[in-house]
Design a protein around this ligand. Structure first.
Ligand code: GUN
Ligand code: FE
Length: 417
């Protein structure tokens, strides 16, 4: 048992903050057992770790980012999606055939993800099974939790990263088998997006999903040219979402990045199937993709979370992602007042408990939740002028950075970066 005392802030419900100043969290076997303004009688003898006037919040959840693209941050920002993939992204990912190179680069990505306060992450690696395994092994070594996908691509890309269809399916099965019982970092089925996968590949991946009840991640409705291309490639399908659905890849364990340009039918299908939409506002801005109708999707019952989508996105920070999500939502609100806008409390929910739901009981300090947490020292951010802890949290998210994150916990364990 360990007990931590601090000013606790977390969210139990979309749109609500729970604040407990000088509160105590009790943690056993990595999970929260109590949260209270007093130490319960049974635990009076336990030594308390007291963080004084600092804030304690749940760790951030990044539901979509590309580990091999970290080296491209800030590059190609004059391009839109399809030329950006072709000219910049695919040639970079080809380099990850070299395991030593992958090791060197992935170490840096992991360190930076942790530094920004992300405690759970869902990564794309590359088509190379070895590179995906390296990413898992390095994450496990330092204690970063989440999912890693070996990317599947057997069409519409350079020879150097194009897979043979059957090899792609077989390697994914082997990779999945080898990692499915991992505790910290699990495998996830990762068809890159519809244009880079043939029908037989999508079918094979759908079969893997059934065999293992596996989670899935991909991209959808990011860019107009992409959507037109999918319609040409799949004239038999009703929509982009329908292509995934036909192959059993649109389930309540699926993450779909972007969802910028959705038809009403696609939104309904997402809500009905329980697919989670991952909002990646930096990427959507940089690649000129559009503004995702986040509030509209949420209002219609679609589950949602946040992603950094490096290197379409230029920031690995989920705090910065919250801010841009709120800003873009405010811009949309100006044209669509009925939709409402994303409030701070809502954005904080998406960044913690909402996104965390993909990983199990993650993203809150409610009893039973895994204890992933950040200690925030905001003494350089005008603490004394703040009315309360909730104001301090807002200021940290909008104006602070990784230097304000002074301690990190994952599954109850301190993580050093
Ligand atoms: N669509 C297919 N691949 C990618 C990728 O790597 N990044 C983004 N943003 N969109 C994609
Ligand atoms: Fe992406």
């Amino acid at each position: 048992m360990q007990i931590i005392k601090a000013n606790l802030i977390y969210t139990k419900r979309f749109g609500e903050l729970t604040v407990m100043d000088k509160g105590y969290v009790g943690i056993e076997n990595g999970a929260v057992v109590f949260v209270s303004d007093l130490v319960p009688k049974a635990y009076q003898d336990v030594i308390v770790t007291d963080y004084g006037n600092q804030l304690l919040i749940p760790g951030f959840c990044d539901l979509h980012t590309h580990a091999p693209q970290f080296e491209n941050i800030g590059l190609g920002m004059n391009l839109k999606l399809l030329p950006w993939l072709e000219q910049l992204t695919f040639p970079t990912e080809a380099k990850y055939a070299d395991s030593d190179y992958a090791k060197k680069m992935y170490r840096q990505v992991i360190r930076n993800v942790l530094r920004m306060g992300t405690t759970r992450v869902v990564f794309f690696s590359t088509v190379h099974t070895q590179s995906a395994q390296i990413l898992i092994d390095l994450m496990e070594e330092v204690g970063l939790c989440g999912f890693v996908g070996k990317v599947n691509m057997d069409d519409n890309c350079a020879q150097s990263i194009r897979e043979n269809t059957q090899v792609s399916i077989d390697e994914t099965r082997t990779f999945y088998e080898k990692n499915k019982d991992n505790i910290g970092v699990k495998p996830i089925i990762t068809p890159r997006f519809v244009p880079s996968c043939t029908r037989p590949l999508l079918k094979g991946l759908g079969e893997l999903v059934v065999d293992y009840d596996a989670p899935i991640q991909s991209h959808i409705n990011e860019n107009i040219e992409e959507i037109e291309w999918v319609a040409q490639l799949h004239p038999e399908a009703d929509s982009y979402a329908d292509v995934y659905d036909r192959f059993g890849l649109f389930t309540n364990r699926t993450l779909m990045a972007h969802c910028v340009h959705m038809t009403p039918e696609e939104t309904q299908l997402m809500a009905k199937n329980g697919v989670m939409a991952v909002h990646c506002p930096h990427s959507n801005s940089n690649l000129s993709s559009g503004i995702m109708p986040l509030k509209q999707l949420i209002n219609q019952g679609v589950k949602a979370g946040l992603g950094t989508d490096v290197s379409g996105g230029n920031a690995l920070s989920i705090a910065q992602t919250m801010v841009l999500a709120m800003q873009l939502s405010r811009l949309r609100y100006q044209q669509n007042p009925k939709e409402g806008y994303l409030s701070f409390e809502e954005a904080f929910y998406l960044a913690t408990k909402g996104g965390g739901s993909f990983f199990g009981k993650v993203g809150s300090f409610e009893p039973g939740y895994m204890f992933d947490a950040l200690v925030i020292d905001d003494s350089n951010l005008g603490v004394d002028s703040a009315k309360d802890s909730a104001e301090r949290l807002r200021r940290f998210v909008y104006a602070g950075d990784d230097r304000n994150i002074v301690k990190r916990y994952i599954n109850g364990k301190r993580i050093e970066v």
